[in-house]
Design a protein around this ligand. Structure first.
Ligand code: SF4
Ligand code: SF4
Ligand code: SF4
Length: 344
């Protein structure tokens, strides 16, 4: 059996242990096993011994950039609001990065949430992560106890169950249309850069765009109808670091807290717009949703619009300003609706 993930796990453990032993980093952010089959959870190794708990597999779906700013802050010396900034270099963190996670780190740098010299990035060119939901759908009613990789297949095992399925078919939707699988920043790379020829990167959005206005609205309201407003999607997103999110504000209350359909629609639409020009389509929001809602398609639509209007993709270059924080005279403005104009 081809155990690529086992090999990568061993290298990660070894490198994290070395970096912690040498004092080059104060902590290492990666993954450990989750409490259920087909799950992992973010894990911070704070000692060389902890490094043995790190794992790498097809279900490392949470974007680690999400945890970096708070983790780095927690390692700084405690100080009051009037104390001067600490002198000397601050503790660094080692972190794993696929293509999209590294781009979210870049976005955090562009937004002054992260400093490059405080992270040691171990890049992993991504082959796409597997959707736990897609695997489960292949075996309705069966309890899956383990999934392992063998070449281009996954071997799915449970009580009275041992079957092979094609891995790519159960890779997450966002990974199937990913055009930047290789990390854009790294201090060392585990493996060769991956090239992926994707000719239809926006196909999932285009399917919905091709519908009439009424049918698009029907799609949207049906898609979000089971939302329980748990905010797991927001909490899993590295773009959502506002100290008080608009959904939690009560003065003013921008959006009601109920699961009334208009409140839920407003939450999803506003959150998607907050991510415009910043979203890397990492898919963490969708992977975190307990109800299987495909809210990622909203941010994907905005990714497409920003790409087509401004030729910009999030997180590719830390020295370029974010598209919606800058402008030039040539920016398109046909979408602005004016009284008496089209659409007025
Ligand atoms: S949804 Fe908007 S307000 Fe809330 S955390 Fe994300 S970016 Fe901030
Ligand atoms: S909105 Fe979703 S896909 Fe976009 S960066 Fe946040 S978690 Fe990733
Ligand atoms: S994670 Fe899913 S159920 Fe929870 S608020 Fe987001 S879309 Fe709704």
């Amino acid at each position: 059996m081809d155990d690529r993930n086992g090999t990568i796990t061993n290298i990660i453990r070894e490198r994290a242990k070395e970096l912690l032993e040498k004092g080059e980093i104060a902590a290492f952010l990666g993954f450990t096993d989750g409490s259920l089959p087909m799950t992992t959870r973010p894990f911070v190794a704070r000692s060389p011994k902890d490094a043995a708990r790190l794992v790498w597999n097809d279900f490392c779906v949470m974007n680690l950039a999400n945890y970096l700013p708070a983790l780095l802050k927690s390692l700084e010396p405690k100080r009051g609001p009037k104390d001067p900034p600490p002198e000397g270099p601050l503790p660094r963190v080692g972190v794993l990065a696929t293509g999209c996670w590294s781009r979210n780190m870049v976005v955090q740098m562009q937004e002054n949430q992260l400093q490059r010299d405080r992270i040691y990035v171990i890049g992993i060119p991504s082959r796409g992560m597997v959707s736990r939901r897609k695997v489960q759908e292949r075996f309705p009613g069966r309890e899956i106890l383990s999934v392992s990789e063998d070449g281009t297949d996954l071997v799915v095992e449970g009580k009275g169950l041992k079957e092979r399925i094609n891995r790519w078919e159960v890779v997450r939707d966002n990974c199937q249309t990913c055009v930047h699988p290789t990390p854009v920043i790294s201090d060392e790379m585990l493996g060769e850069p991956v090239e992926r020829a994707v000719t239809d990167r926006f196909r999932q959005v285009e399917e919905i765009e091709s519908l009439s206005c009424n049918k698009r609205w029907a799609w949207f309201t049906e898609e979000i109808s089971s939302c329980i407003r748990c905010y797991a999607c927001r909490n899993a997103c590295p773009l959502c670091y506002c100290p008080t999110c608009f959904v939690d504000d009560s003065r003013p209350q921008w959006v009601g807290k109920s699961i009334d359909s208009s409140d839920t629609a407003l939450f999803h639409l506003l959150r998607a717009f907050h991510c415009a020009g910043r979203c890397t389509d990492c898919g963490s929001c969708e992977s975190a949703c307990p109800m299987g809602i495909r809210m990622r398609l909203l941010t994907k639509k905005l990714e497409k619009d920003v790409f087509e209007l401004f030729g910009s993709e999030a997180g590719l270059d830390p020295n370029v300003p974010l598209p919606l924080t800058t402008y030039n005279q040539e920016d398109p403005e046909d979408f602005i609706i004016t009284a008496g104009g089209d659409g007025a």
